[in-house]
Design a protein around this ligand. Sequence first.
Ligand code: NI
Ligand code: MN
Length: 225
Amino acid sequence: MVRITYLGHSAFLLDSGEGSVLIDPFISGNPLAKTSPSDLRPDLILVTHAHDDHLGDAIEIARRSGATILSTFEVGQYALSEGVKAVPAHMGGKVDFRHCSVKLFPAWHSSSIGDRTLGMACSFVLLLGAKTFYHAGDTALFGDMRLIGEEFDVDVAMLPIGGHFTMGIEDAVRAAQLLAPKAVIPMHFNTFDVIRADPRRFEELLKRDTACTCMVMEVGECREI
Ligand code: NI
Ligand code: MN
């Protein structure tokens, strides 16, 4: 059993009872957020890329809680330079922790802080509490998502649907076809005007074109799977 809390935008807290994993904790800068970074005490923080709506409060949360940050080599090095615990890794690599395993995969996107490029963006497969999660980060649709679906029996895929910087609704439905997860949680929409999308429209298309269940979560909502 894993308890999933949607913290808004692309941020999730996943807790198996044995340990917790926070992903892309953009909280204090998110006008829709319902939590405070100081409420969060994860064991591990996954960061898909350095854009401020993903790296977010990761450094501050790691500093206060002692959590380890796992990210790409460059974002991991950046976290170490900020004096927090971090594991710089890269795509294709699988890293085992006490309570979970994480494999890094590509994402078609960039990674930067201001005008400083910090490597490339990634996505994650997370094995936690006998469940398998795929967090796509920010990405366009790409065909190699099929390989992820072949390698893993994904229980829940978190997919961006907001368009403009990432996949929109139609491409996210195609991503779900390639990944073939049991359930999809839409993310990265409606935080800003430029990424407006209707999750109910996504739910309709997902129902029409795939066998996946759509889990549209409200910001702050918790569910157990
Ligand atoms: Ni981004
Ligand atoms: Mn983003």
